[in-house]
Design a protein around this ligand. Structure first.
Ligand SMILES: C=CC1=C(C)c2cc3[nH]c(cc4nc(cc5[nH]c(cc1n2)c(C)c5CCC(=O)O)C(CCC(=O)O)=C4C)c(C)c3C=C
Ligand SMILES: [Fe+2]
Ligand SMILES: [Fe+2]
Length: 347
């Protein structure tokens, strides 16, 4: 009988209607990986912040028709990945599942569906190329509990990160290359913008910022353009804490002062959602106009670009059979001081 392989794709998720915004935010701020407080304090803080942020977040999602496109776009990636894995001829029946961290389908529903599929093996694949304790580690922790509850006993491999995976880098450089060609002779700067993190999270050993910088360097190398002017910055700050710098807003103003155009690349998101379609395309574009940025091109997220999907398929094929994390085929990629990364702590 043909063996069955379940691939579980993880992402953050987003509200599917205006009324879901507050419970989505509550789920996000109840996560101990995001708000590092004991219960019941965390519950109280989550109630408070989700209530306070609801209106702002609803305004953001209203610009997208009242919902996040992250789930339908992830479903397209899952369909393309299933086909790409089948194309590798592994001799297994493959099905890709989606588990979102803060909105449906949540890990518990997905674990039930995976259990019904009765897989012989499971591969956990975060749709976050760079590892963070706030994203991948949080999703894996929730999955482990949900899988145990659903009685999934199949051998499970987890891919912790793939910041310099060849297909991911190639897809980025392909999309960026088109934008650079469109710039012609206009003097410009390439701005890699990643979701930020509170500074204290990175200081506590989270490898995310290092891995974002690894991706940017690998993409610049793949572009192979002479004298490219580029920089990495961090967007989407929320709350009163200091976040990692430079902030994307500051880099946009700096480009305006220097009389440069900008090519903006979402370097830590693999699909379009509020942070790209609203923050980068509307809010930061307006800021760029006011700051005197002569031209502003935003590079699309990789989505279901064939090179990216082929890279994910290779990661799945390589990870099979490994009980533990196998980033980029098994090599340790993080600096030893980055204690938060699964490729060190789980090896
Ligand atoms: C690289 C990916 C992400 C990291 C790291 C991350 C950390 C992080 N996020 C918040 C707070 C919010 N994030 C929100 C939306 C959101 N975040 C990510 C990804 C990462 N977050 C995505 C893909 C999305 C978009 C969801 C969608 O639209 O579908 C939001 C909600 C929107 C808003 O109110 O602005 C919040 C809040 C924190 C606090 C954090 C690290 C500590
Ligand atoms: Fe976020
Ligand atoms: Fe690592």
């Amino acid at each position: 009988m043909t063996k069955r392989l379940a691939v579980v794709l993880f992402n953050l998720g987003g509200p599917d209607k205006p009324a879901s915004v507050r419970p989505f935010l509550f789920n996000l701020f109840s996560d101990p990986a995001i708000i590092r407080l004991p219960q019941p304090l965390r519950w109280l803080v989550a109630r408070l912040i989700s209530g306070r942020r609801e209106k702002t977040a609803q305004e953001i999602y209203a610009r997208l028709g009242g919902r996040s496109p992250i789930l339908p776009l992830t479903e397209k990636q899952a369909a393309a990945l299933t086909e790409a894995i089948e194309g590798l001829g592994l001799g297994v029946e493959t099905r890709c599942f989606i588990a979102m961290r803060y909105w449906h389908p949540r890990a518990a529903e997905t674990a039930k569906a995976v259990s019904d599929f009765a897989p012989d093996e499971v591969v956990l694949l975060p749709l976050y190329p760079q590892f963070s304790t706030t994203t991948t580690a949080s999703s894996f922790a929730e999955w482990r509990k949900a899988a145990a509850k659903a009685g999934i006993a199949a051998k499970t491999a987890s891919i912790c990160c793939y910041p310099v995976e060849q297909g991911w880098v190639q897809a980025q450089s392909l999309l960026i290359g088109k934008a650079l060609d469109a710039m012609g002779d206009t003097p410009f700067r390439l701005l890699f913008s990643a979701h930020g993190l509170p500074k204290k999270v990175v200081e506590a050993g989270d490898p995310y910022q290092d891995q974002v910088e690894m991706t940017a360097k690998a993409v610049v190398a793949a572009l192979g353009r002479k004298d490219l002017d580029w920089v990495v910055s961090y967007q989407s700050r929320v709350g009163p804490l200091e976040w990692i710098a430079p902030y994307t807003e500051a880099e946009i103003r700096r480009a305006g002062e220097a009389g440069l155009a900008l090519v903006v690349v979402p370097i830590a998101f693999v699909s379009e959602h509020s942070e790209t379609l609203v923050e980068l395309d509307i809010e930061y574009r307006e800021l760029a106009e006011h700051a005197g940025v002569s031209r502003y091109i935003r590079v699309p997220a990789v989505g279901d670009e064939p090179a990216f999907i082929a890279g994910l398929a290779r990661l799945v094929a390589t990870a099979r059979g490994h009980a533990r994390c196998a980033p980029d085929g098994g090599a340790r990629i993080c600096n030893a001081s980055r204690s938060g990364c699964a490729c060190i702590s789980e090896r």
